[in-house]
Design a protein around this ligand. Structure first.
Ligand code: DGP
Length: 218
């Protein structure tokens, strides 16, 4: 029997320009320096055939019906499930830049029913920890590059933020599958320290669990 302890599945969520990608990369190098085997993943993964359709949509090069694009975003996560499961089982921790919470938040913010938005992502691998980088849409707007892609509009981001909070409120604040709100309006190093603190707790705890859970199953 294998004695390898599984890796932790850690998701970083947040509004556009909340610093997710920078913080995910910092976390990755910090874990590597601590000799933790780690893999960085990102959704949408724009490299797959499905991801290429999503990329064209986000850059406003194509128009796709709201429900159809929603299902493509979900499919883009499902096509990575076997890789997520085998990576975790091999003992490698995953830092994942966006996941199903973005899926629900962005589509529901456009007006689709929340329950409908959630259903295609039910039973995806459940994160052991979701770090929500919370930032006010007006601060996000003032950051470089804002407005280049389809969803980067202040009013929409405001609705997205509310839905993220609603989804987070359903999850535990401690233990397996928890949701941690991180104030991402602070300077980069302070945010990074907060993330590190949360991640260290989860990596320690999740080695005691056997397999990764299923998202939104009950
Ligand atoms: P990013 O590559 O992290 O900048 O994300 C691209 C954009 O796509 C961003 O505005 C958030 C949005 N997004 C990410 N995941 C989903 C999803 O599953 N569904 C929808 N509708 N939008 C998403």
């Amino acid at each position: 029997m294998s004695t390898v302890q599984r890796g932790a599945f850690i998701v970083i969520e947040g509004l556009d320009r909340s610093g997710k990608s920078t913080q995910a990369a910092l976390l990755q190098s910090r874990l590597q320096n601590a000799n933790v085997s780690v893999k960085l993943m990102k959704f949408p993964d724009r490299t797959t055939p499905v991801g290429k359709m999503i990329d064209a949509y986000l850059r406003s090069q194509s128009d796709v019906d709201d429900r159809t694009i929603h299902l493509l975003f979900s499919a883009n996560r499902w096509e990575a499930v076997s890789s997520i499961e085998s990576t975790l089982a091999a003992g490698t921790t995953i830092i994942c830049d966006r996941y199903a919470f973005s899926g629900v938040a962005f589509s529901a913010a456009k007006g689709l029913p929340l329950a409908w938005c959630r259903s295609p992502d039910v039973s995806l691998p459940a994160p052991d920890l979701t770090l929500f980088l919370d930032i006010s849409p007006d601060i996000a707007k003032s950051r470089g590059g804002y407005g280049e892609e389809r969803y980067e509009k202040e009013e929409l981001q405001r609705r997205v933020r509310n839905i993220f909070h609603q989804l987070g409120d359903e999850l535990p604040k401690d233990g397996a599958g928890r949701w941690a709100v991180i104030d991402a309006g602070r300077d980069l190093n302070t945010v990074s320290e907060s993330l590190w603190h949360e991640v260290a707790i989860t990596i320690h705890d999740c080695t005691k669990q056997d397999s990764v859970g299923k998202l939104w199953q009950s």
